[in-house]
Write a protein that binds this ligand. Structure first.
Ligand code: SF4
Length: 445
């Protein structure tokens, strides 16, 4: 018998999606049912994001809107807030948000069953059954967290205060999750963490098996072979890009030649003020090496615009750097003065209108480069993983993604509807492009 019904709402990034998947699997195993509307739910779990002030506001607004909807109903649905907002603002929240029945920090989420039991007044005779498969993913792609937390303390970033110190997950548990996901039909494994490149550096004891990211990627590839599975790694800081890692990407067929290196800026003074390292020259050397070793390499990056003290010349330098490097994808973020961070107290905060202007210029350039990089694939034939069917202005379309498109971040491939199912891998010829999107036709199944 079900103990109760739960609606899950996830805000923020892929790391939160992974955490929600895990809580869902634990609660399913403990006898809770998932429902898809607040009306049908005994409780709603909101997994929140607090990376930026705007994300925190969205999390709070979502919670308050939901509380208002619920108060109009008769069901007495309880709200449980999880994730980054409780981690960042823990002790202040019960007074500020009396509508919420419980707050669960990111490092407390493994205890979600006890929290929900208490919130819903469930008394158990036997301990809950904990499933051996911890994740329940229905799409063709699964994010697998290999670490959490961050030790870099970039001066603009609140993540280390929210997610804590860097801690690598054991290779054994990563590989076991990967095997389960692939056995369940997943066709692409995306390895994520705040700083994937330093995976393993915090292992204190001697361990059997992989001890760095390059070795882990090879082990993941061996674990999924002979299934036809793609492996992608995201969020590599430039310092983590070792020769061993470049060789592992180059020489391991399952690992896609796609890399996400968030540079944030290229100017050495700005990088130092950000508590990061490097210079335009060093970053260019790194990208040149990557492209020399892996000519097809697709590069995604992040640009932070309007950091305190950034001058017009430094902003222009970053634009010139982006243009020179011709990144396939660039996410542009205007600097946000985050409470509790070092940079929030710095002199030289950039005026909002200047920041906006610089952000627009960076976004325009990022789009011009990205659209051109996408158009360059027209005429190619490549594998596409089918992600689903979507209703568009032109009717129903099959939507998928190619190896050079990270799911949820980059563009997609649009195809005519066939009887292909989610997770099928099709050979597709790209016939046209618009913005970051490609249009294609199946040449062979
Ligand atoms: S590397 Fe820097 S920007 Fe990224 S999560 Fe860590 S502190 Fe934040």
């Amino acid at each position: 018998m079900a103990h109760g019904s739960i609606l899950y709402i996830t805000l923020g990034c892929a790391k939160n999606e992974v955490d929600t998947d895990r809580m869902r699997a634990l609660l399913n195993g403990a006898g809770y049912d998932e429902v898809f509307s607040a009306e049908d739910a005994d409780a709603v779990i909101i997994n929140t994001c607090s990376f930026l002030a705007s994300a925190t506001s969205e999390s709070i607004e979502t919670t308050l809107t939901l509380a208002e909807e619920i108060s109009e109903g008769v069901r007495g649905t309880r709200i449980v807030m999880c994730g980054c907002v409780p981690s960042r603002y823990g002790s202040e929240l019960p007074d500020e948000l009396p509508e919420v029945a419980a707050f669960v920090r990111t490092d407390e989420e493994d205890g979600i069953v006890s929290v929900m039991d208490e919130v819903l007044g469930i008394e158990r005779v036997d301990p809950p059954f904990i499933p051996s498969v911890k994740r329940t993913v229905e799409s063709a792609v699964a994010y697998v967290k290999i670490s959490d937390g961050c030790d870099r303390y970039c001066s603009f970033c609140a993540i280390p205060y929210i997610r804590g110190r860097y801690h690598s997950r054991s290779a054994e548990s990563i590989l076991s999750e990967v095997r389960d996901l692939v056995a369940g039909g997943v066709r692409e494994i995306v390895l994520i963490g705040q700083d994937t490149g330093i995976w393993g550096t915090d292992f204190k004891d001697e361990v059997d098996g992989p001890t760095n990211l390059a070795q882990l990627m090879i082990a993941v590839a061996e674990a999924v072979r002979p299934e036809h599975v793609w492996i992608r790694v995201l969020y590599l800081q430039p310092e983590g890009m070792t020769d061993e890692l470049i060789a592992a990407i180059r020489d391991t067929p399952e690992v896609l030649p796609y890399i996400d290196i968030p540079v944030q800026h290229c100017n050495a003074r700005v990088l130092k003020a950000m508590h990061r390292s490097g210079s335009a020259e060093q970053l260019s050397d790194l990208f040149a090496k990557l492209r020399a070793e892996i000519p097809a390499m697709v590069i995604r990056t992040t640009s932070l615009v309007g950091f305190p003290g950034e001058t017009d010349e430094e902003a222009a330098e970053m634009l010139a750097f982006m243009d020179r490097e011709g990144f396939d994808y660039t996410s542009v973020f205007p600097y946000s003065q985050e409470e509790g961070t070092f940079a929030a107290k710095m002199d030289g905060q950039v005026d909002e209108d200047v920041k906006l202007e610089r952000t627009q210029a960076a976004m325009d350039l990022a789009e011009a480069l990205g659209f051109a990089a996408t158009a360059a694939h027209v005429g190619e034939v490549a594998e596409v993983i089918v992600d689903g069917i979507e209703e568009t202005d032109g009717g129903l379309e099959l939507i998928g993604h190619a190896w050079f498109q990270a799911p949820d971040s980059d563009g997609a491939v649009h195809l005519e509807v066939t009887d292909a199912a989610v997770g099928d891998i099709l050979q597709v010829k790209f016939t046209d492009s618009f913005c970051y999107e490609l249009v294609g036709e199946v040449v062979e199944e």
